[in-house]
Design a protein around this ligand. Structure first.
Ligand code: CUA
Length: 164
């Protein structure tokens, strides 16, 4: 069977690329340990149907109590994503604060992309996504939903304010 030289080269290049990508995936998951986000025990998983119920989980607590100081300039915040908002949608912390974000969804898959940081998580119903960041530069940081979640997707955002 005759295959044009350039076509053959492209076939070979595609096959080589497939192996290169496979190596990248294996290295990122097994060597760099990049996995589906897992919260520390005992948080792990939640029931999305009851997660917003008062008394059941931290995401059921009043919105103004979701930001908690856990040490000197150390905070944790429990953010609930739902179509099409975050609760709380506004978080204020002092400069230099270290914040651990615990985020989950009670309906569909959302995103949590905190601009100006490397925080970019998928928010999956039933699962807790968590990352920690330190904020040394005062200002306003928007967090936005970057997973299409319905007709109000573009209105789903919040603000983290770092005070001087
Ligand atoms: Cu939530 Cu897009």
């Amino acid at each position: 069977m005759h295959i044009d030289r350039r076509e053959r080269n492209f076939i070979i290049a595609s096959i080589v690329l497939m192996f290169v990508f496979a190596v990248f995936i294996l290295v990122s998951s097994f060597v760099m340990k990049i996995q589906v986000p897992q919260a520390p025990v005992p948080l792990g998983r939640v029931n999305p149907n009851t997660v917003a119920t008062p008394g059941v989980s931290p995401w059921g607590d009043p919105v103004e109590e979701r930001l908690r100081q856990v040490g000197p300039n150390q905070y944790e915040v429990y953010i609930l994503g739902q179509a099409w908002s975050y609760q709380p949608a506004q978080i204020t912390i002092p400069k230099g604060a270290t914040v651990t974000f615990y985020v989950t969804s009670k309906d569909v898959i959302h995103g949590f992309d905190l601009q100006g940081t490397n925080i970019n998580m998928m928010i999956i119903p039933g699962q807790i996504s968590t990352l920690t960041a330190t904020f040394d530069t005062p200002g306003e940081y928007k967090f936005i939903c970057n997973e299409y979640c319905g007709i109000g997707h573009q209105t789903m955002f919040g603000t983290l304010v770092v005070e001087p």
